[in-house]
Design a protein around this ligand. Structure first.
Ligand code: KIV
Length: 274
């Protein structure tokens, strides 16, 4: 069954939702075969694909190009695309125009934007234009400078109350789901119980209605320490490094390519060349 924003929203309380980030066609094809419910073309692509230290330099053109590639490999899962920094913050009109581009040019089925009640007007406008919106609160990486770094959010009472209020405001504005990033697990459970739309956690504990991970993190491909909330479901970084080294060695020692990798031709014809 094709997953849509409608089926995704209706899954709350019925089944746990699994979402993964995706940035290219080949990986999207593999993920499609896993039964994943939704693919998110996250602006995390700025970090894990383009090598920036944060998500702030990601452009609309970056998102459209990668979303269109994922769309070509994504038939059944719901396809959600992030709105990059400064593509919706200025006005409802700007938000609508850019959400429209992600749907028309990127072939997204829904968009995701970071922020709470302060962006309810943008959410309402995009939803009015018939584009489903996923909210994103807690650690919102586009606000890294205002937050003072990539830190757990909602630990103090006022901050926790603001997150609960933001979740309710986004639901009222028409969001069909909500990402909760780096929020204490008990607070995420409280928010999940307070709204009728599914919450998708990343570093927000087991009581969210679903989970999302950046795929390079969950496959152990990112150098350095993994965030506390990441589980490595495979050690692809180690396997890839070993495979690249084996290739380099095989080329250097002349064992690759072998006979089975070569095209043959008529030797007599070869003899006629001068
Ligand atoms: O950009 C992204 O990958 C995200 C997820 C971490 C939720 O927003």
């Amino acid at each position: 069954m094709k997953e849509t924003a409608v089926t995704f929203r209706a899954a709350k309380g019925q089944r746990k939702l699994a979402m993964l980030t995706a940035y290219d066609y080949t990986t999207a094809r593999l993920m499609e075969q896993s039964g994943v419910d939704a693919l998110l073309v996250g602006d995390s692509l700025g970090m894990v694909v383009l090598g920036h230290s944060d998500t702030l330099s990601v452009t609309m053109e970056d998102m459209i190009r990668h979303c269109a590639a994922v769309a070509r490999g994504c038939e059944r899962p719901l396809l959600v695309c992030d709105m990059p920094f400064m593509s919706y913050q200025l006005s409802a009109e700007q938000a609508c125009a850019n959400a429209g581009r992600l749907v028309k040019e990127g072939r997204a089925q829904a968009v995701k934007l970071e922020g709470g009640a302060e962006f309810a007007e943008q959410v309402r406008a995009i939803v009015r234009a018939s584009i489903p919106v996923m909210g994103h609160i807690g650690l919102t990486p586009q606000s890294v400078h205002a937050l003072g770094g990539f830190k757990v959010q909602g630990k103090a009472p006022e901050a926790a109350q603001k997150l609960l209020d933001d979740a309710r405001a986004l639901e009222v504005a028409g969001a069909f789901a909500l990402v909760l990033e780096c929020v204490p697990a008990p607070l995420a459970a409280r928010i999940s119980a307070a709204v009728s739309i599914p919450t998708i956690g990343i570093g927000a504990g087991p009581d969210c209605d679903g989970q999302v991970l950046v795929w390079q993190d969950m496959l152990g491909m990112v150098d350095g320490l993994s965030p506390k909330f990441v589980r490595h479901f495979a050690e692809c970084g180690t396997d890839m490094r070993a495979a690249f080294s084996a290739y380099v060695q095989a080329v250097r020692e002349g064992s690759f390519p072998a006979g089975e990798h070569c095209f043959s031709m008529n030797e007599e014809m070869l003899g006629k060349l001068y």
